[in-house]
Design a protein around this ligand. Structure first.
Ligand SMILES: *Cc1c(COP(=O)(O)O)cnc(C)c1O
Length: 423
């Protein structure tokens, strides 16, 4: 085992030391070999090994350069190797990385205060991922109903096309059957309704509904933006039935749309909101945010996390929020998003293979007339990293400071590719 690990690090070092262009593939094949033998095969990965990045550029072990328009699935919002993030990590690592949640450090309160001010939701629970934030939200909703003398109010309502995570609770409100099937039975009392159907929502929410979970922009569900009237109708239906409204902003939140929270554009405030992906600029950190009334029921010992809200992650999250503010990135995301969507709509006008262009800010979906996965692979071969979702949708979640010209260049590369022109 030890030898194998050493062999990989040696191979990586050697590859890095060689001239980038002529470096052969030992790092690639050694990494692949070990993964194939020892990892659970839960991911389908291309044959390359990333070694470093800067801004929206990544380099692999062969020295090849890639434009990263996926940003680690909405995580690397400040791009790779941002100097202020690298400095904050190094500095905090030399002071205090972890002290457990049994003790206080100075940054949890500071981060909670910042998130409360930005969201309008004053209570914060810190965890390590999006799925844990959703899990905490489900627990809060059920515990609150019970504390109010309604123990039968345990049902959950979510949308078709939803993605809320992979733990048993969050998976129960994730619609995709192939994600759920191997693990059933999941939580009981979950109903899925079609998005934008106000009638179905009103019919389904009732006296047994603890919580309604909605992504204001569905990410895995194909970059689908829910309308402000629909979100407002969900708010009204929840108020009428005494249910909590949870907005899952793990993917669309924290500046991705050009707003701190996507729900702010709609003017609808939820009872609970989940954030995670970009929060600590690549370190694991998630948060459940809630209205004051949702907090008192969870006393000491009722919920917890060993790692959640540790000093290192909180320090980096504060730095992330500072950088977004000081570099005026929300304005930049809005402006770049407008130019990108214009470029992609222009492409759609010339290229019938592009069926639809959707999104807000730098959360963009391009629906094409064929399976997206082979197109994603072909783009990768040409040095462009994008994601796919819902089968035929290309998904872009680039770093906030990506220049609009890069996205315009991508539009033309994609046009050539869909035309079948060689790179
Ligand atoms: C990614 C995602 C999650 C799950 O987050 P993890 O950090 O992977 O656990 C939950 N909800 C949405 C909307 C997401 O995009």
């Amino acid at each position: 085992m030890r030898d194998e690990v050493d062999a990989v690090s040696r191979a990586l070092d050697e590859a890095a030391a060689r001239d980038a262009r002529t470096a052969p593939a030992p790092a690639r094949s050694a990494a692949k070999d070990l993964e194939t033998r020892h990892l659970y095969p839960t991911y389908r990965r291309p044959d390359l090994v990333f070694e470093r990045g800067s801004g929206w550029t990544l380099w692999d072990s062969d020295g090849r350069e890639y434009v990263d328009l996926l940003g680690g699935i909405a995580v690397n919002a400040l791009g790779h190797a941002h100097p202020r993030i690298a400095k904050a990590i190094a500095d905090q690592a030399g002071r205090l990385i972890h002290c457990s949640n049994l003790f206080r450090h100075s940054m949890q309160g500071a981060l909670a205060e910042r998130l409360a001010r930005l969201s309008g939701l004053p209570r914060v629970f810190l965890c390590n991922s999006g799925t844990e934030a959703v899990e905490a939200g489900i627990k809060v909703a059920r515990a609150l109903a019970r504390a109010r003398g309604e123990p039968a109010r345990t049902d959950l309502v979510a949308l078709e096309g939803s993605f809320h995570g992979r733990t048993a609770g969050a998976l129960s409100v994730t619609a995709e059957p192939s994600y759920r099937a191997p693990f059933e039975p999941l939580l009981q009392g979950v109903r899925f309704v079609p998005p934008e159907d106000v009638h179905a929502l009103r019919e389904t929410i009732g006296p047994r509904t603890a919580c309604v979970l909605i992504e204001p922009i569905q990410g895995e569900g194909g970059v689908r933006c829910l309308s402000a009237p629909y979100l407002a109708a969900a708010r009204e239906a929840c108020d009428a039935a005494g249910a909590l409204l949870l907005f899952d902003e793990v993917q669309c939140g924290l500046g991705r749309t050009g707003w701190w929270f996507a729900f702010q554009e709609s003017g609808v405030l939820p009872d609970l909101a989940c954030v995670a992906k970009p929060l600590a600029a690549g370190l694991p950190l998630g948060a459940l945010l809630g209205r004051e009334e949702t907090a008192a029921i969870l006393g000491p010992g009722s919920h917890g996390s060993t790692f959640g809200g540790g000093p290192l992650a909180c320090r980096v999250a504060l730095e992330f929020l500072d950088v977004v503010e000081e570099e005026r990135l929300l304005e930049r995301v809005r402006a770049t998003g407008v130019r990108a969507v214009r470029a992609f709509r222009g492409l759609a006008d010339r290229q019938p293979a592009v069926r639809d262009v959707r999104g807000r800010g730098l959360m963009i979906g391009i629906e094409i007339d064929r399976p997206a996965a082979p197109v994603v692979d072909a783009l990768l071969k040409r040095g462009w990293i994008v994601g796919s979702c819902r089968g035929e949708v290309l998904r872009l979640l680039p770093p906030y400071a990506v220049p609009p010209e890069v996205l315009e260049r991508f539009a033309s590369v994609l046009g050539d590719l869909l035309n079948g022109e060689p790179s």
